[in-house]
Write a protein that binds this ligand. Structure first.
Ligand code: PMP
Length: 377
C-alpha cells in the first residue's frame, strides 16, 4: 500500500517542491542560500499576511505555541488586563499563558462549537476597563470553529487595545488582511496551511505592537522570544547581511521561501485574484467538496452555525452507533485523521484537515472521503 495520507489538522502533506527544498544537507545559518531564503521569506510573509511595509515579520525555531508565547511575552506585563475570546482548547491555552505572566485575564467563552458574539466581547472589554490586548483564535483546531476577526480587530481598536490573532490553523487558508483590518499580531506555525514540516514559528507584528514592546516597564522575561533581540537579526537577514542571535532552523527556512512562494503563485480561482485570495478560495472549495461528502454520509459538524465552519478543517460528530474506533478504521484504509481534542466533547467527534497542499489536490480529498465512507460502512 502507498504511504498513508496525512489528513489531520496539521502537520499536513507537503508539496514535492517544499520537500525538495527541505531535503538538502543542512546549510550554515549565515550561508548565502539561507540568507537569501530568509530575506525572500520575510518579504513574502508580509504579502501572505497582507501586512504593511512597516510591519515586522519574525521567523524562529519553534511551533505555534512558541509564536503564541512570543506575542504574550512581548506585549503583556504583570497586572495588564487582557481579554481572551475562547472558542476551544487553543484559546484556553492562550489564557493560561497570559495568566503565567500575571496578567488579569478575562475570558469570553462560548459552548463547544459556538463563538461569543461581538457584543459579548465588547461588553468584556468595557468590563475590564483599559484593556491592554484582545486575543482570539481565528480557527480553533479543537472545535473547527472560525471566528470573524473583522469586528474583533475593530472592537480592540475602538477600546484602545491591541488585537492578537492565533492563525495557527488559518494563515494561508483563511483570508486575513492584517493592514486593512489594522490587526497587531498574526501568528502561525509552519506545519499547517503554510505547507511545511513542523519546526518554525511565524509571526508578524504591527508597528503599534513593536512600540508597546519598546515602551514596556519590565524586561521581557524570555530572552529567546524577545523582539528586541530578534528584530535586528530579522532586519539584517532581510538585507542579506549576516547577523546572529539564535540559530534558525536552516532547512525549514529554505522550505519556507518555497512554501510561501507556492501560496503567492496560486493561479486565479473562481474569480479570485491569483495569490493569497485564490489559495484561500481554493481551500474554501476543498472544504465545500468534502462537506458535501460528509453530509451525504450523515456526519454533522461540531460548529453550530454555517458561518462558523472553517476552510482549513472539519470537526465531525460521530453518527449514532459510531465511536472513536472509527479513526482507526479510517487509518486502516490509508488515511490518517485526528480524534477529538476539546475535553468536554473529546469522544464525540473526529477531525479532518483540508488545508495547504492537500486543498489543491482533489485526489487527496476523494481518497479521504472514500476511506471515511468505507470505514463507516
Ligand atoms: N493554536 C492553534 C489554533 C493550533 O491549532 C495549534 C496546534 N494544533 C496551536 C495553537 C499550537 O501550535 P503547535 O502545536 O505548533 O505548538
Amino acid at each position: 500500500m502507498s504511504s498513508p495520507l496525512l489528513m489531520i489538522p496539521g502537520p499536513i502533506e507537503i508539496s514535492p517542491a517544499v520537500r525538495a527544498a527541505y531535503s538538502t544537507p543542512p546549510p550554515g545559518h549565515l550561508s548565502k542560500p539561507v540568507m537569501e531564503a530568509m530575506s525572500a521569506s520575510l518579504a513574502r510573509m508580509r504579502e501572505v499576511w497582507r501586512a504593511s511595509a512597516d510591519s515586522q515579520p519574525f521567523v524562529f525555531a519553534g511551533s505555534g505555541t512558541t509564536a503564541m508565547d512570543m506575542a504574550a511575552q512581548n506585549l503583556v506585563e504583570p497586572g495588564d488586563r487582557v481579554v481572551v475570546v475562547s472558542t476551544g482548547y487553543f484559546s484556553e491555552r492562550m489564557a493560561s499563558m497570559l495568566r503565567r505572566l500575571d496578567a488579569e485575564v478575562e475570558v469570553v467563552a462560548a459552548a463547544p462549537g459556538d463563538a461569543p458574539a461581538p457584543a459579548q466581547v465588547a461588553a468584556a472589554l468595557d468590563r475590564v476597563g483599559h484593556p491592554k490586548a484582545l486575543f482570539a483564535t481565528y480557527v480553533d483546531t479543537s472545535t473547527g470553529v472560525r471566528v470573524d476577526p473583522v469586528p474583533l480587530a475593530r472592537l480592540a481598536r475602538e477600546k484602545g487595545a491591541l488585537s492578537v490573532f492565533d492563525g495557527v490553523c488559518a494563515t494561508g487558508g483563511e483570508s486575513f488582511e492584517m493592514a486593512a483590518w489594522d490587526a497587531d499580531v498574526y501568528l502561525t506555525g509552519s506545519q499547517k496551511a503554510i505547507g511545511l514540516p513542523p519546526g518554525l514559528g511565524l509571526l508578524v507584528a504591527s508597528p503599534r505592537a513593536l512600540h508597546v514592546r519598546e515602551t514596556r516597564r519590565a524586561p521581557v522575561g524570555s530572552m529567546g522570544l524577545d523582539w528586541r533581540e530578534w528584530q535586528p537579526v530579522m532586519r539584517a537577514y532581510e538585507e542579506k547581511r549576516p547577523a546572529y542571535f539564535a540559530t534558525p532552523a536552516t532547512n525549514l527556512v529554505l522550505a519556507l521561501e518555497v512554501g510561501l512562494g507556492e501560496i503567492l503563485a496560486e493561479p486565479s480561482f473562481e474569480g479570485f485574484a491569483a495569490g493569497v485570495p485564490a489559495r484561500v478560495a481554493r481551500t474554501a472549495a476543498a472544504a465545500r467538496q468534502l462537506r458535501d461528502g460528509f453530509g451525504a454520509l450523515g456526519l454533522a459538524p461540531v460548529p453550530v452555525r454555517e458561518e462558523l465552519l472553517a476552510n482549513t478543517l472539519s470537526a465531525l460528530r460521530y453518527p449514532p452507533g459510531v465511536d472513536v474506533s472509527l479513526v482507526g478504521r479510517i487509518a486502516a484504509r490509508g488515511v490518517t485523521v485526528a480524534g477529538g481534542l476539546h475535553p468536554a466533547i473529546k469522544d464525540q467527534y473526529f477531525r479532518v484537515g483540508h488545508m495547504g497542499y492537500s486543498a489543491t489536490r482533489s485526489d487527496h480529498l476523494e481518497r479521504t472521503l472514500q476511506a471515511i465512507r468505507e470505514a463507516l460502512a
